[in-house]
Design a binder for this molecule. Structure first.
Ligand code: SF4
Length: 336
């Protein structure tokens, strides 16, 4: 039997699933495009994990990301944690000295500040596209250059042109102007990488004391042009972790391991057969008071098995025996 802790990070762009051995080796990692279907991604991911490792025994499960509750219900998670804690746990595991974590994903970005491995400040952006990977995706499409070539092209330019990239609309018109001046695509791409980093640092990191060691992760960390732009702006090198795009999932698995060691390995994992069950998520608005909460419910065979999103707990508690899944959201070490 191969023993492992399962970590699942369900985000809007990708659903990441890792299996971590009791001695912290990454046995398996999957980065699956969520495509608006988190449920199917989770089911397919655990099926694939089992097919690739027929003798795997799951000792504990942790979930994180915007779809962490859903994943927690389906998998019978032992612990459900917010992304900030999950990322901080993974990064400090590999780099205990880290003081600043930069994370840029396809549609969101974060910055996390740490002292002595504890989160002391953080910021998240899920609204402004100009500081995330989608900014580059969009411009790559406009310039008809595969996004995979962006990094190398940016590095091939020696020009310093400044693209006004405060928002995607400004960036686009400025790019067209710069092209008309005769700058090459490589110059413009380098300018775009620098604009994205400027946006990211101004939007998320303004007023924050950014101290090295710096770790840079998330899908966009694969882009060498962005790494170069970030290092130039910080005037300091950044560390890219080996598993840079599944760090949240690794953090969730490590948090689950920590809990299971303390609780004598009594996992609530619902088993690999859960992939064959028909879960149906739905939402409704409660009209019980002016809060008008949007309540999320997951049904199994027509019966609700979990609810969340209700500020007063009226819907979650109405399920027989209370919530059937673990909701150990612990944000005690996180301050806004
Ligand atoms: S769930 Fe509770 S807090 Fe939310 S609208 Fe209904 S009664 Fe109000």
């Amino acid at each position: 039997m191969t023993k492992a802790f399962l970590g699942v990070d369900v985000g809007s762009v990708s659903t990441n699933i890792v299996a971590v051995s009791p001695d912290d080796q990454i046995l398996s990692q999957q980065y699956i495009r969520t495509n608006g279907q988190p449920l199917e991604c989770i089911k397919n991911g655990i099926k694939l994990l089992q097919n690739q490792n027929p003798n795997i025994e799951i000792l504990g499960v942790g979930t994180t990301g915007s779809g962490r509750q859903l994943a927690g219900v389906i998998l019978g998670a032992d612990i459900v944690k917010n992304e900030i804690t999950a990322h901080a746990t993974a990064v400090t595991h590999y780099y205990p000295e880290v003081k600043t974590i930069f994370e840029i994903g396809g549609q969101d970005s974060k910055v996390i500040l740490l002292q002595d491995q504890m989160v002391v400040d953080f910021a998240m952006n899920t609204v402004c596209a100009a500081g995330t990977g989608s900014f580059l995706d969009h411009q790559a499409e406009r310039l008809k250059i595969p996004i995979e070539q962006f990094g190398d092209m940016a590095l091939s330019s020696n020009e310093n042109i400044r693209i006004a990239g405060r928002c995607t609309v400004f960036a686009e018109s400025d790019m067209i102007a710069k092209q008309q001046f005769g700058f090459s695509k490589a110059d413009i791409i380098k300018g775009l990488c620098e604009a994205l980093i400027r946006n990211y640092l101004t939007n998320l990191c303004r007023g924050k004391n950014l101290e090295p060691p710096f770790v840079f992760q998330g899908g966009v960390a694969a882009n060498k042009g962005i790494v170069a732009a970030l290092e130039k702006e910080l005037k300091h090198e950044v560390i890219i972790p080996k598993y840079f795009n599944v760090m949240g999932a690794i953090g969730a698995a490590l948090i689950a391991k920590d809990l299971m060691v303390k609780t004598n390995y009594q996992t609530k994992f619902s088993g690999f057969d859960t992939a064959d069950l028909q879960f149906v998520p739905k939402t409704f608005n409660c009209e019980g008071c002016p809060n008008a909460c949007e309540v999320i419910e997951v049904d199994l065979e027509g019966e609700p098995i979990a609810r969340w999103g209700d500020k007063c707990g009226k819907w979650a508690n109405a399920i027989a025996g209370g919530s059937t899944h673990s909701h150990h959201e612990n944000t005690a070490q996180v301050s806004a």
